[in-house]
Ligand binder design. Structure first.
Ligand SMILES: Nc1ccn([C@@H]2O[C@H](COP(=O)(O)OP(=O)(O)OP(=O)(O)O)[C@@H](O)[C@H]2O)c(=O)n1
Ligand SMILES: [Mg+2]
Length: 394
């Protein structure tokens, strides 16, 4: 496990006379018995001191106190205890101050469950009753909630994300502070909000997260979400905790919003999504309707591709009209060809053998051949395809 190996890094820092702890999500998730994905280390050593302890380091974020240590083929982010003294415009701090006290470092963190520290021997340091909140399933800001959200407004999205991801309840004062400060979310980069929103949708209890997302009016300050109240209400009545990936989450949202492809594009662009995500969600959203209308023919399978078919069907299952997964896979596997390049003729061959001229007619004939092969009206054999094509040439 990554933790075991990282202990050596902590021990090395301690041997040099400094304090070092695991902090952040890895501590929280270990206590909850969840899989950990990244290990953050906090230390009383200043970056220059950390660099003297290890042979291989990279200055990944030195101005924020973070040095990456390379050890046995792994990378560990080691951050000096710090306070973030000045916050401008409710984003991240414009400068940090290094401190030597763990408690000072922990008290500027967002939530009590994220403000725990753990020694390499497993002892947990808990200055803000994070262990109690973990046990009780509570999301609570460290100290005065308003202050934490003024320091970084994204933390409000993180709170609702954790409510969904961990199936926890947001404590009342924290929830009220989110409601009061929701407008500050407008100051946060869409890319950062995006990450939290997707984690919310893919969480263990998205209904709970959505409820808080709406009640606090955070959604008003997310791109193109102000008019989506009814859509979120619909989403809350579904068992969307079955969602397994981001593209399916957006597909469900776009389907429930009745968006045509231009609307999907507009929404996902506003959320700064990648082009590949946008095109897959466009295809999958249209497919959901075809699945519902039971209009799934071979051509639809063929032009959609297995990836989008799976996404659309995941959504259709949640909506109660999905196709049996095995049948979907079998139908796709049974297609005579999966790609245009598998067709036994191409433009060059039609020109050589049928003396056709390059131009639009050639394209039309190739498409017609492709259609007929996919639909099973023609076998994908060169002589048969040429015979059919020659009959169509005017
Ligand atoms: N806006 C933020 C982001 C992070 N943190 C602190 O930095 C830690 C690490 O941040 P990050 O890795 O972004 O989040 P995690 O809580 O580790 O959650 P995840 O499992 O998604 O990584 C958090 O636990 C929290 O202590 C914070 O106080 N405020
Ligand atoms: Mg983390």
């Amino acid at each position: 496990m990554e933790f075991e190996e990282a202990k050596e890094v902590l021990n090395a820092i301690q041997h040099a006379g400094f304090e070092a702890y695991f902090v952040g999500g890895s501590v929280r998730d270990t206590i909850l018995n969840l899989k950990i994905h990244d290990v953050d280390i906090a230390t009383s050593a200043y970056p220059s001191e950390v660099k003297r302890i290890f042979k291989k380091t990279v200055d990944t974020g030195i101005e924020h106190g973070t040095v990456t240590v390379l050890d046995h083929g792994r990378a560990y982010e080691i951050t000096t205890f710090r306070t973030e003294s000045t916050y401008q415009d409710f984003r991240r701090p414009d400068h940090v101050e290094f401190v030597r006290s763990l408690k000072d470092d922990l008290k500027r963190r967002d939530l009590t469950i994220n403000a725990l520290a753990m020694k390499p021997d497993g002892e947990v340091i808990d200055h803000f009753e994070g262990l109690r909140d973990l046990k009780e399933g509570m999301i609570r800001a460290v100290g005065v909630a308003e202050e934490r959200f003024h320091e970084d407004a994204l933390r409000m999205m993180r709170a609702v994300r954790f409510a969904s991801q961990l199936d926890f309840i947001i404590e009342k004062k924290t929830l009220n502070a989110i409601h009061h400060n929701a407008h500050l979310l407008s100051n946060v980069a869409v890319e950062r909000i995006h990450v939290e929103w997707v984690k919310l949708l893919l969480g263990k209890n998205p209904q709970a997260g959505l409820k808080d997302f709406m009640a606090t009016e955070l959604y008003h300050y997310c791109p193109l979400f102000s008019d989506k109240k009814q859509v979120f209400n619909k989403l809350m009545n579904l068992n969307s905790s079955q969602l397994t990936e981001e593209e399916a989450a957006w597909t469900l949202l776009c389907y429930l919003s009745n968006l045509a492809s231009s609307g999907v594009k507009e929404l996902l662009r506003a959320w700064k999504s990648s082009n590949s995500l946008i095109s897959n969600v466009i295809v999958a959203t249209e497919l959901v309707t075809l699945i519902r209308q039971q209009k799934m023919d071979s051509w639809t399978y063929y032009r959609s591709g297995l990836h989008c078919l799976r996404i659309a069907n995941e959504v259709a299952v949640i909506l109660g009209f999905g196709i049996n997964e095995d049948i979907l896979e079998q139908k796709y596997a049974a297609l005579p060809i999966k790609d245009k390049h598998e067709l036994q003729v191409d433009g060059g061959l039609l020109i050589n053998r049928l003396k056709m001229k390059p131009g639009p007619q050639l394209g039309v004939i190739l498409e017609r051949l492709e259609h007929q092969v996919v639909n099973g009206e023609l076998d994908n054999q060169q002589d048969l395809l040429l015979t059919a094509a020659s009959a169509w040439v005017k």
